[in-house]
Design a protein around this ligand. Structure first.
Ligand code: G3I
Length: 493
């Protein structure tokens, strides 16, 4: 076939252009928007039993990662006191090499708990086991795991605003206080990690008795009691017929935003009934793409959403087929070819310019180059007896009274002490333009520009201040609680 000179020229220009302007990916578009789009590393990856295309696609398309099974309790502490980190370390190494955010999944879950734990019936013994597990596992990956699913699937499926009891050694032996304690201990083990409560079927609206409504109630109680939760994970294991769920996720995000808590999509897949596997056509995959797009639209439009995690890369490796009676729920087919759902995600990202997408991580993501926090250590003598009981009493059913924040004793134990608390740990979290002061309710907040000129000052009794009135830019925030001062440089956008 003979090309005209013009055609050949055009072809060359086209080729050059495409090499100069690298192909847009989910990852590149997410990073422009200060957001994270990620996928699991399947257990086959950990066992070097997956096709080479998997990793190539994974690191090209995603900037966040989570282990499908390898950071769960049975994988990391298979025997009492014997910790196994090799597979988790493999993922953390991969993530570092590919500049990805790491999610830790999951510390306290009723499933995949090793037998030696499931047999414990003594409350104090099981609390000690849980604390030791969290101290070791969170401590091992301190500074490397950005966010933990501290507790997974602790609410029952009876729509009666109740905790899961069946099959949960944690609830049956300890009671609901295991949740509060797990968050306090995880925070002590890595104060900079985001801490999530993760669950499924919370995409069904906030109506009376709903699981999502119960989650919001617990978040409100936890925040009032200074339990250091920062995020909720909605797993979002959806079927193709569940068309109302994207808007329900939006409603949940808005409800959580009122408590300064991030909502992350943590395990998305949109499955077809298994029996339909052989008869799916273009319209089915287009409908799947439409649902994926709606979730991405909601994700990008809600300022307190940060991560969009898909529970797999390719339909060739998905839990759906073997355990869930569903199929083909992901964005690449079994031959690693991108499906319409992939194109829909790209289209949604491009329809939401970076200038319009807020991020719970953007302002906090600015490297904090200030000197270390200037919190003056509380040198007063500690009533160490009070911190011997480091568990947090569950107040689910009681009227919640503001319980003082975590107390760090000289021995490093963390607990919640009733009555007058001596707070020695104060932290500040900036989500969007809301500055939360964790660990103290009364604080004086001052904001200075980079030339030291005061631009804002307020005394707060509700543990947070709104910095919306300050124009974008770099500032130094100073928080004074009693004799203690905390100072951080932040970027306000
Ligand atoms: O590692 C063993 C292997 O040695 C053995 O030969 C094989 C056959 O018995 O089993 C392997 O363990 C399996 C494990 O996945 C690792 O592949 C377990 O049987 C199997 O039950 C386990 O399934 C995982 C499931 O959680 C367990 O509940 C799925 O891969 C995983 O995708 C799924 O993920 C959960 C999230 O953690 C929480 N949200 C729901 C989601 C789907 O269930």
């Amino acid at each position: 076939m003979k090309y005209s000179k013009i055609m050949l020229g055009a072809a060359l220009i086209g080729a050059t252009a495409s090499t100069i302007f690298a192909q847009e990916t989910l990852r590149s578009l997410a990073e422009e928007r200060g957001r994270y789009i990620g996928a699991i590393l399947n257990s086959e990856w950990f066992n070097n039993a997956i096709e080479s295309q998997f990793e190539e696609i994974h690191k090209t398309q995603f900037n966040a990662v989570v282990a499908e099974n390898e950071m769960k309790f049975d994988a990391t502490e298979p025997n009492k006191g014997q910790f196994s980190y090799a597979k988790g370390d493999k993922m953390v190494t991969y993530a570092k090499a590919n500049k990805m955010r790491v999610r830790g999944h999951a510390l306290a879950w009723h499933s995949q708990v090793p037998g030696w734990v499931n047999n414990i019936r003594d409350k104090k013994q099981l609390l000690d086991v849980l604390k030791n597990h969290i101290d070791n596992v969170v401590g091992h990956w301190k500074g490397e795991v950005a966010e933990w699913d501290v507790v997974n699937e602790a609410i029952n499926d009876d729509n009666n605003h109740g905790w899961r009891s069946n099959g949960s050694v944690w609830f049956q032996t300890i009671g609901a206080e295991f949740l509060d304690s797990a968050f306090v201990w995880a925070h002590a083990a890595d104060p900079d990690a985001e801490l999530c409560y993760n669950d499924y079927a919370i995409e069904w609206g906030l109506g009376q008795g709903s699981k999502a409504g119960f989650v919001v109630d617990q978040v409100k109680r936890w925040k009032q009691n200074n339990i250091p939760i920062t995020c909720v994970g909605t797993q979002t294991h959806i079927e193709i017929s569940h068309e109302t769920t994207p808007q329900n996720v939006r409603a949940l995000a808005k409800a959580l935003a009122e408590h300064d808590v991030v909502l992350n999509i943590t395990e998305l897949d949109v499955g077809f009934p298994q029996g339909s596997a052989g008869s799916l056509g273009a319209s089915d995959y287009a409908k799947q793409g439409h649902l994926y797009r709606q979730f991405m639209d909601v994700f990008l439009e809600e300022p307190n959403m940060g991560e969009f995690m898909i529970w797999g890369v390719t339909d060739a490796h998905s839990w759906l087929d073997g355990q869930q009676g569903k199929t083909q729920g992901l964005i690449y087919d079994k031959q690693y070819k991108a499906k319409p759902a992939y194109d829909s995600l790209i289209a949604s990202l491009k329809a939401h310019p970076a200038s319009e997408v807020k991020s719970p991580y953007k302002s906090a993501a600015t490297p904090d180059t200030t000197v270390q926090d200037t919190t003056t250590q509380d040198t007063s003598a500690h009533d160490t007896t009070a911190v011997q009981d480091t568990t947090v009493k569950d107040t689910t059913t009681q009227d919640t009274v503001a319980t003082p924040g975590p107390v760090v004793s000289d021995t490093g134990n963390v607990g919640i002490r009733r009555g007058s608390a001596t707070l020695t740990e104060v932290r500040m979290n900036l989500v969007g333009r809301t500055l939360s002061i964790v660990g103290a309710s009364n604080a004086k907040v001052q904001v200075f520009d980079m030339r030291g000129r005061p631009v804002y000052s307020a005394v707060t009794s509700k543990g947070s201040v709104d910095l919306s009135a300050i124009s974008d830019g770099l500032y130094v925030v100073r928080v004074k609680v009693g004799s203690k001062t905390l100072e951080r440089r932040v970027a306000l956008r």
